[in-house]
Design a protein around this ligand. Structure first.
Ligand code: NAD
Length: 262
């Protein structure tokens, strides 16, 4: 097999349906585009119709296929509805990405209960609901499926000032491993992609100049990531050929941040 066909056989998502919850965001949008370029039909799911439609238009500009569906991840019923509508429209879901997320920064003693709960619900409980609802349905498909949860470098190391966020992302990795074991015999793989620092909406207020300075000092590559730099790892983890024996894994795409120790 020549190299182009060989790469295609490893990574092509042609004929597959990928749902990206939080596809309306900066990193989710890049993943939507990457999955569409690899041949999948992409369901861009999120709260903002405007951003969702913009993502769909970008994909259609390169003749990719995509559609927007609305979801609020703080509601189990809303995630169930997203699943049901996708199945009724497309007949299957091969890939789910749990990429919605929120953040909140404060000194620990000032961390408010309502912020703690908001962050835990959107980052952790919603990921659990996505895994449970979509994973159960993938389990009954002949081809199984693949779930990609979005962790963070703080899944591995606590980050100051973002206590709820750090706890939620550490738990996302733990949940990923546990759910991977649960679904392994049903043909459903579950992995975590853990980005380093990528300027986006949810962290705009947190990345002040002092914090950026310390991030750069601890990042061997000394720069932020670009959203499209997540796509290769996402394709590896979700491809049923290239990633066929990968489950319960956490892949860090962070310019070396988690490898650093002073
Ligand atoms: N940007 C980074 O540096 C970075 C690093 C590590 C992990 N992450 C994670 O990547 C994911 C994507 O974040 P991003 O950085 O692209 O930020 P973003 O703010 O651009 O995207 C987050 C998306 O989640 C959506 N969302 C939030 N609450 C929701 C809800 N209740 N229902 C539906 N959608 C909701 C937002 O509308 C937005 O589209 C998050 O899980 C985030 O924690 C980001």
């Amino acid at each position: 097999m020549m190299s182009k066909d060989y790469l295609d056989s490893l990574f092509s998502l042609r004929g597959q349906v990928a749902v990206v919850i939080g596809g309306t965001g900066v990193l989710g949008g890049a993943l939507c585009e990457g999955f569409a370029r690899a041949g999948a039909f992409v369901v861009v799911a999120g709260r903002s119709v405007e951003r969702g439609d913009a993502c769909v238009e970008t994909i259609q500009m390169f003749e990719g296929t995509a559609g927007f569906l609305s979801v609020d991840v703080t509601s189990r019923e809303s995630i169930q509805k997203l699943h049901d509508v996708t199945i009724s429209k497309h007949g299957q879901v091969d890939i789910l990405v749990n990429c919605a997320g929120v953040n909140s920064a404060a000194p620990y003693k000032d961390t408010r209960d309502e912020d703690w709960q908001r962050v835990l619900e959107a980052n952790l409980t919603a990921t659990h609901w996505g895994c449970q609802i979509f994973g159960s349905s993938m389990s009954s498909q002949a081809e199984g499926g693949s779930i990609l949860n979005i962790g963070s470098v703080t899944s591995h190391l606590p980050l100051s000032r973002v206590f709820a966020y750090s706890a939620s992302k550490a738990a996302v990795v733990n949940l990923t491993q546990n759910v991977a074991r649960e679904f392994a015999s049903h043909g459903v793989r579950v992995n975590a992609l853990c980005p380093g620092f990528f300027p986006a909406e949810q962290n705009r207020k947190i990345l002040d100049s002092d914090r950026v300075g310390s991030i750069m000092e601890q990042t061997p590559m000394a720069r932020f990531g670009e959203p499209k730099e997540l796509v290769g790892a996402a394709l590896l983890l979700t491809s049923r050929v290239a990633g066929s024996f990968i489950t319960g894994a956490s892949v860090y795409v962070d310019g070396g941040f988690t490898g650093m120790r002073f």
